[in-house]
Ligand binder design. Structure first.
Ligand SMILES: *Cc1c(COP(=O)(O)O)cnc(C)c1O
Length: 376
């Protein structure tokens, strides 16, 4: 069976985790800040790690003081957490249609959706290809909005040679097993704005304040700590940080292999007119998380079925978020982003990960050629 995405764990990873298990701290030990420094070095921004990408999004929205009635503009072509974590604060999600070239939110369509209630724009770097970040940055600055980047797909990608993670006000990452590196469950929040990052971090650390200079109450002793704003426990334990440290050391290898697979598909599938292959914008240097093709002539479902019958697990990313019943129940019935709908009808993510052999890749291409030949 060939999966569409999976983790790559080697002996070094296993050794690192065993070492962490035998150490004094399973959590709140030295490996948390070690992992955070390694991430910061890569993305050129400060960061803290959390227990998932969803937790990271929740912390980011907490940091901007999202309030009931505030509006957040985001794309429907994403995982539901991008929107649902904002809704936990009572925010209203306003969906902006995508640019069909990248599957990312279209900056040309954002301004018309901005109201006096808009607080943030949340972009998603679909498949690992960065959104047009400086264009979104310009719009956010013009209207005094926060720019949040859901970079769950794009850890290690660059935009105009700038690492993803240092451009938006807050960027979030996920280290779920299918993502670019993994800690099983895990994620991170990054920012170059230390005040904002500190607010996000406190939310993910139960709201605890341990800095004496910030105390409001008179400390009774060295055990003193206090809470100024309520938070949650979103820590990533040392045991999982050990895996993250080991994984991030291999990020260049991961990136070049995934991009090699991307290039292999680009060349091998270029003659199949049934498929529309992904393109790369001038500003983007992606770390490809997905290989998303569009299947023409209404053949996506049939191709998906065919590949699964060959034990090739292609995936569809994503059902537009407002299709979820929870949104329909909230009155989103008439929401319709035409480009996102077309994208959803045609999108298919082919397998891309370190576990694929060249034999696997040849087989996938052979099956695609076969299917395309039969549908002509
Ligand atoms: C994976 C993912 C998330 C959520 O990350 P988890 O670690 O699974 O909570 C959020 N947004 C996008 C775009 C994702 O792909």
């Amino acid at each position: 069976m060939i999966s569409y995405g999976q983790q790559h764990i080697d002996k070094k990873d296993i050794k690192a985790v065993i070492r962490a298990l035998k150490s004094d701290s399973l959590t709140i030990g030295p490996l948390i800040s070690d992992f955070e420094s390694k991430i910061s070095e890569l993305i050129k921004a400060d960061c803290f790690v959390v227990s998932s990408g969803t937790a990271a999004l929740h912390c980011a929205y907490a940091a901007i003081d999202l309030q009931p009635g505030d509006e957040v503009i985001t794309t429907p072509i994403t995982f539901v957490s991008t929107a649902s974590t904002a809704m936990h604060f009572g925010a209203k999600i306003v969906f902006c249609d995508i640019d069909p070239r990248t599957g990312n939110m279209n900056p040309d369509l954002v301004e018309s959706l901005i109201s006096d209630k808009t607080k943030a724009i949340t972009v998603v770097d679909f498949a690992g290809h960065p959104a047009d970040l400086l264009e979104f940055r310009r719009i956010a600055d013009k209207f005094g909005l926060f720019l949040i980047e859901d970079a769950a797909h794009s850890f290690g990608s660059k935009y105009r040679n700038i690492p993803v993670g240092s451009i938006a006000d807050l960027t979030i990452f996920s280290f779920f097993p299918t993502k670019n590196i993994t800690t099983a469950e895990g994620g991170a929040v990054s920012s170059t704005n230390l005040g904002l990052l500190d607010k996000a971090r406190k939310f993910g650390r139960q709201g605890l304040v341990r800095d004496k200079d910030k105390f409001i109450n008179q400390p009774d002793g060295p055990w003193h700590q206090e809470v100024h704003h309520i938070g949650l426990n979103y820590r990533l334990p040392d045991v999982l940080c050990s895996l993250g440290i080991s994984q991030i050391a291999k990020i260049d290898k991961f990136k070049s292999r995934r991009n090699e697979i991307f290039n292999f598909y680009q060349e091998s599938l270029s003659n199949i007119s049934l498929l529309k292959l992904p393109t790369v914008e001038k500003y983007a240097e992606p770390f490809w998380h997905l290989y998303p093709v569009r299947v023409k002539n209404n053949q996506r479902n049939a191709l998906h079925r065919f590949l699964w019958s060959c034990d090739i697990r292609a995936q569809v990313n994503y059902v537009p978020v407002y299709h979820h019943p929870v949104f329909k129940n909230l009155g989103y019935k008439s929401i319709f982003c035409p480009e996102a709908e077309d994208f959803y009808q045609e999108e298919l993510s082919l397998p891309i990960h370190l576990g694929l052999s060249s034999k696997d890749l040849d087989l996938i291409v052979k099956k695609l050629v076969l299917f395309a030949g039969n549908t002509n």
